[in-house]
Ligand binder design. Structure first.
Ligand code: ZN
Length: 370
């Protein structure tokens, strides 16, 4: 089953054997294939994840790409339902589940039904929930039956906040088990970094030196600067009660990922976070992670997206206190008048980061790199 019209370079890199496999995954809406390819539909000019719940297109209208960047380079737009332009991850799956639950009018939602709606297998969804929220399926299914939980989602709370506030997942349960992006530590827990064992490493990048600090659960700090000693001093200030030492190469993968993101490249792996944060900070930082690379938002837009349009100043404060630059891309938030506003690590770095991301997101530059 080969494509009759091979009209793009990227397409030719996919063997007919792979294309057949991709089509099978597409037909079965196999969520396990998410992130391994996207399908672009010629008749609608949109591209989807394999698990997209939308109606299946005709095979002859479908082109496969290994990455969403390739699809976008060919002029396809991301589908609004499966949002293939967001990092394919358990986090994205849980976010979509949360959106679905908030909109659903039923009082109780069965777990398997929820998975089917999202085009995921129950096993995939279970794994995603366990990773992101730290909840086991039975605890989760119970939470799904609670009307109050659903109301919180409708009111714009994230699924982890809603679970936490309805009493599912004690801090220890949610935050000790979870090491995913949404699993951040509330302020009441481990204040000042008490009990945290943080290792740090300093490396070079086009923005100067980068300090990356992490516990075994996730990244706790990403700082930019020129003077190593200053960066280390800041780390001690941020986590005065933590045990801080120079790390071995235990989180080298994370450091590499951060450095390549600094150069404007798209995320390649998910970076787990281990932070202390208030519920509000957590919501802001999660929102910032949704801003696409190469674009910016204003503080007002972020506040509005959080359903709290008056919270502009609080949003600005949460951006200014973000301890994990790059990973939580607070540099993508600017003032309404286009002014870049401040940046904890210096305005010129913010400027350079935005410029690199914009360049990397434009087709010519990408094609040159590929
Ligand atoms: Zn779709």
């Amino acid at each position: 089953m080969n494509m009759s019209r091979k009209n793009t370079q990227s397409e030719s890199a996919i063997s007919s054997h792979a294309a057949a496999r991709f089509w099978r995954a597409t037909l079965s809406r196999d969520a396990r294939a998410d992130g391994t390819f996207v399908l672009a539909v010629r008749s609608t000019h949109i591209y989807c994840r394999p698990s997209c719940p939308a109606r299946r297109p005709l095979r002859r209208n479908v082109v496969f790409y290994r990455t969403r960047e390739e699809a976008e380079r060919q002029g396809f737009r991301p589908c609004r339902r499966c949002r293939p332009n967001e990092v394919a991850s358990p986090v994205a799956l849980v976010a979509r589940a949360s959106e679905y639950l908030a909109q659903s009018s039923e009082d109780g939602v069965r777990f398997s039904a929820l998975a089917a709606k999202l085009g995921a297998t129950p096993a995939t969804l279970r794994r995603a929930f366990l990773q992101v929220t730290g909840l086991r399926p039975r605890e989760l299914a119970e939470a799904l039956r609670v009307a109050r939980f659903k109301k919180m989602l409708r009111d714009g709370k994230s699924i982890t906040d809603a679970l936490y506030e309805t009493g599912y997942g004690s801090p220890s349960r949610v935050y000790e088990r979870s090491n995913a992006q949404l699993g951040m530590t509330p302020a009441t827990y481990r204040k000042g970094g008490k009990g945290m064992k943080i290792g740090y490493t300093i490396t070079k990048s086009s923005l100067g030196n980068i300090l990356v600090a992490a516990t075994e659960r996730g990244i706790s700090a990403v700082y930019l600067g020129d003077v190593d000693a200053k960066l280390v001093a800041e780390l001690h200030e941020e986590y005065p009660r933590a045990e801080i030492s120079v790390a071995g190469d235990s989180f080298e993968r994370w450091v590499k990922e951060i450095v390549q993101r600094v150069e404007g490249n798209p995320p390649r792996i998910e970076l787990p976070l281990d932070l202390q944060a208030t519920a509000f900070q957590r919501r802001v930082w999660q929102e910032l992670q949704r801003i696409p690379r190469g674009t910016t938002r204003t503080y007002t837009q972020v506040a509005r997206a959080l359903g709290d349009p008056k919270a502009v100043r609080a949003v600005a404060r949460a951006c200014a206190t973000n301890p994990v630059s790059i990973v939580v891309p607070c540099h993508r938030v600017i003032r309404q008048d286009g002014n870049l506003a401040g940046y904890r690590w210096g305005l010129s770095r913010k400027e350079q980061l935005l410029r690199q991301e914009r360049l990397a997101a434009t087709p010519q530059k990408k094609a040159a790199q590929a």
